[in-house]
Design a protein around this ligand. Structure first.
Ligand SMILES: NC(=O)c1ccc[n+]([C@@H]2O[C@H](COP(=O)([O-])OP(=O)(O)OC[C@H]3O[C@@H](n4cnc5c(N)ncnc54)[C@H](O)[C@@H]3O)[C@@H](O)[C@H]2O)c1
Length: 486
């Protein structure tokens, strides 16, 4: 690995941590160490915020067109290097290379989208209380922003925050997940190469997330905190953010229901389910976690799902044709095992999977077989908590009213899916589901132009489209008085 990709990116240069300490990054497919990364501490984070503060005024004053060109250039540089970037991601995360390529392309789409959106952040002028007055509303960059991001999409989670922040005129400090810091540092490289001024972007990996984030949250110079991760940590940040009244954008956990009515196009529903369940080995916030199938079609649907999942090829993400890589770490496999054991103890059946693969070549990685559970009830762990793994629990239901009530019976409200051919039901159920994002006959519910985000304990704020820009912009009301006419 290139040397600079093991250092912190602060003030436009690649630096060792103040302490000189490093931490290891491992390949989840075989447990090997692939890099040692400078371990940022609270002092490093303060240095990064210093740099972002110095750069903030100049970046906000840079014409939108110029900012837009730098964003586009960065995306171009990254796209030209996408195969290598994808292999870097697969090495630290485990996902199949094709998924890494897909993630990078999608993340870069956000950069390009916001490069355009940032050219059109208009304010307005309105008549006021008298002819000598006007009210002017201008849109301004909110100020220094910090992104704290998870490991499940090591590039995408950063790129969609970064695109919106930079296009809005905000400088940004990124604190990536310690499990996947290399993909984050690569982003620093291609933005630097694109000519982003020093200090506008800083990347500070750290193995001490709680300590470093306490520094971020206590610093009054940080005006926006954009976090994607667990609801548990989101609540901590919300409490800490109150001290300096930061703007918070929180994309938190989900527990998506996936509902199949008996009049659905079953082939289509199955295709969508396999994709949304198995992408990233089930480690997504929008993964179909509670699969509700209307009773009359449940046996047939389950049989065909088992056929599809049991045929998926498990292995090292670098190998062509592998569809299911390892989970991110040992603790992730243990959580999946605990959820499956709890379901079995409660009377559920395992229709396929339910164990680690036995093949000797996979013995040192964090692998788990695609799994289908039947006879699942709403009191089991799989029904109440995110499994974050390749487990598809099937819940049977009888009526629309019942399934909407059960689907809404969750503290989470990120994504929900349902499949039916009844147009009236499409409208009724879309409106009744208490979720920020609903797929009606659709399992692909993320798009650069759309307002992605959750309600309830899945978070606050929206990413994507013009909504994504709102997270990083303030509206200022200027009252212009004393206007005279010649
Ligand atoms: N809503 C969304 O868009 C979305 C997308 C992806 C993942 N997620 C959620 O993220 C979770 C999985 O990611 P994860 O395990 O990396 O989450 P996590 O909350 O453990 O970690 C996320 C980030 O927070 C940092 N962190 C950990 N503990 C911290 C603390 N005490 N204080 C401050 N920062 C801390 C981590 O280092 C990482 O950078 C799941 O709950 C998933 O649903 C949500």
């Amino acid at each position: 690995m290139t040397d600079h990709l093991s250092r912190l990116f602060i003030d436009g240069s690649w630096q060792e941590s103040v302490s000189g300490e490093t931490f290891a990054v491992q390949n989840p497919a075989d447990g090997s160490e692939i890099a040692r990364i400078a371990d940022g501490n609270a002092e490093d984070m303060t240095r990064a915020i210093d740099g972002a503060e110095r750069a903030q005024v100049g970046w906000a004053a840079t014409p939108a067109l110029e900012r837009s060109k730098i964003l586009r250039r960065a995306a171009e540089i990254a796209r030209a290097d996408i195969d290598r970037l994808a292999r870097v991601m697969t090495a630290e995360h485990g996902k199949p290379v094709a998924q890494s390529v897909g993630e990078l392309n999608y993340g870069l789409d956000f950069i390009e989208w916001f490069a355009e959106e940032g050219r059109r952040t208009y304010g307005s002028t309105v008549p006021s209380t008298g002819p000598d007055k006007r009210i002017v509303a201008i849109r301004q960059a909110a100020g220094v922003s910090v992104a704290i991001t998870p490991w499940n999409f090591p590039s995408l989670q950063i790129l969609r925050k970064l695109g919106a922040a930079l296009a809005s005129g905000c400088s940004m400090v990124v604190k990536p997940a310690a499990l996947t810091p290399i993909s984050a540092l690569e982003i620093g490289r291609f933005f630097a190469e694109a000519g982003l001024p020093a200090g506008v972007l800083q990347i500070v990996p750290s193995s001490r997330a709680a300590r470093v984030s306490a520094t971020i949250m206590a610093d009054s110079r940080v005006r926006v905190l954009s976090f994607t991760g667990s609801t548990e940590v989101g609540k901590i940040l919300m409490r800490e953010g109150a001290a300096t009244m930061k703007r918070l954008s929180l994309e938190l956990g989900g527990h998506a229901p996936f509902i199949v009515f008996d009049d659905a196009d079953v082939d289509h529903a199955l295709d969508q389910l396999v994709a949304v369940k198995m992408r990233n080995m089930g480690q997504t916030c929008v993964s179909a976690n509670r699969i509700f199938v209307q009773r009359s079609v449940a046996p047939e649907f389950t049989r065909r799902l088992v056929e599809r999942l049991s045929a998926m090829r498990i292995g090292f993400g670098h190998e062509a044709e592998v569809e299911v890589g390892p989970l991110i770490e040992a603790a992730a496999v243990e959580k999946v095992e605990a959820h499956v054991a709890d379901a079995i103890a409660g009377g559920a059946g395992v229709a396929t999977g339910g164990r680690r693969p036995e093949h000797a070549s996979l013995a040192y990685g964090h692998f788990y077989e695609p799994t289908v559970l039947t006879g699942v009830t709403d009191d089991m762990l799989v029904a109440r908590d995110e499994t974050f793994g390749p487990v598809a629990p099937i819940f049977e239901f009888d009526t629309e009213e019942e399934v909407v009530r059960r689907a809404n019976n969750s503290p989470y409200g990120l994504a929900a899916y349902f499949f039916t051919r009844d147009v009236n039901r499409v409208v009724r159920v879309s409106e009744a589901l208490q979720y920020g994002t609903v797929g009606a006959n659709d399992g692909t519910i993320s798009a650069v132009q759309a307002p992605f985000g959750g309600v309830k304990e899945s978070g606050i704020g929206r990413e994507g489209g013009h909504w994504g820009m709102e997270e990083y912009m303030d509206t200022k009301y200027i009252s212009l008085a004393g206007l005279t006419r010649p």
